[in-house]
Design a protein around this ligand. Structure first.
Ligand code: SAH
Length: 222
């Protein structure tokens, strides 16, 4: 079976995704829009064909270049958090990776701007997103720790690799009332943070939970 097959059969079928969605509900994900999009999105096209049969397990999967496709629970949790105070219109994603999180977001918000430092990963993600017919995703090959200043401000920013500290540039690129969901900290002690910019320009921080992401790295790879 080719994993270019969007509908999927057997281990990559809609039935298998229904089981994943049930598990996400059991784990506390409750936003119906997020769950519906996960139900309808073929995750198996975002990983290597040899791993397609594991695409609907609730685990992270390798995508090459020492990077991973995030665990569905984490994708759901971060997306739910971004939508919790009303639906953002313009969203910046740092760390396109496979493009799966990008695809989930693109079905929920007006416009997704996604930055990736590894060009081959970005190109693969682009082709998958085109294959799905999504037209509201703009991509840039650059170090996303700097954000995407030309496209700022953003109603929400999601970061899928962990810096040691929250980059100032990302806070600056948040619109008033904008929110940032970001894993922060060294390998073994990362916390997922939810940071909201208030009307006065201050920032409210909440710790969501302990997580394990690949590190946010500087520079780009061609
Ligand atoms: N959301 C992705 C997660 C991929 S892993 C998915 O579900 O597939 C994190 C990604 O962040 C990797 O692709 C990595 O190359 C990228 N990354 C790490 N540091 C970065 C940086 N400074 N700028 C942009 N992307 C970065």
């Amino acid at each position: 079976m080719s994993n270019n097959d969007l509908s999927g059969i057997g281990m990559t079928s809609r039935r298998t995704r229904e089981r994943l969605v049930k598990r996400l509900r059991d784990e506390g994900i409750s936003n119906e829009r997020v769950l519906t999009v996960i139900l309808n999105t073929p995750r198996h096209i975002f990983c290597d064909e040899a791993l397609a049969h594991r695409a609907y397990e609730d685990t992270a999967l390798p995508i090459g270049f020492n990077q991973t496709l995030s665990q569905p629970y984490i994708v759901a949790r971060m997306t739910e958090a971004l939508l919790s105070m009303g639906t953002p219109k313009r969203v910046l994603e740092v760390g396109t990776g496979s493009g799966y999180q990008t695809t989930i977001l693109a079905q929920l918000v007006d416009m997704v701007f996604s930055v990736e430092r590894i060009l081959p990963l970005q190109e693969l993600a682009r082709s998958r997103i085109d294959q799905l017919g999504l037209r509201n995703v703009k991509m840039k090959h650059s170090d996303g720790g700097m954000g995407w200043p030309e496209k700022a401000p953003f109603d929400a920013i999601i970061v899928t690799a962990a810096p040691r500290e929250v980059p100032e540039e990302l806070l600056e690129q948040l619109a008033p009332n904008g929110r940032l969901v970001i894993p922060v900290g060294p390998d073994e002690h990362q916390q997922l943070l939810y940071i909201q910019r208030d009307e006065q320009g201050g920032f409210q921080r909440h710790v969501m939970e302990a997580v394990k992401f690949v590190p946010l790295l500087g520079g780009v790879i061609r």
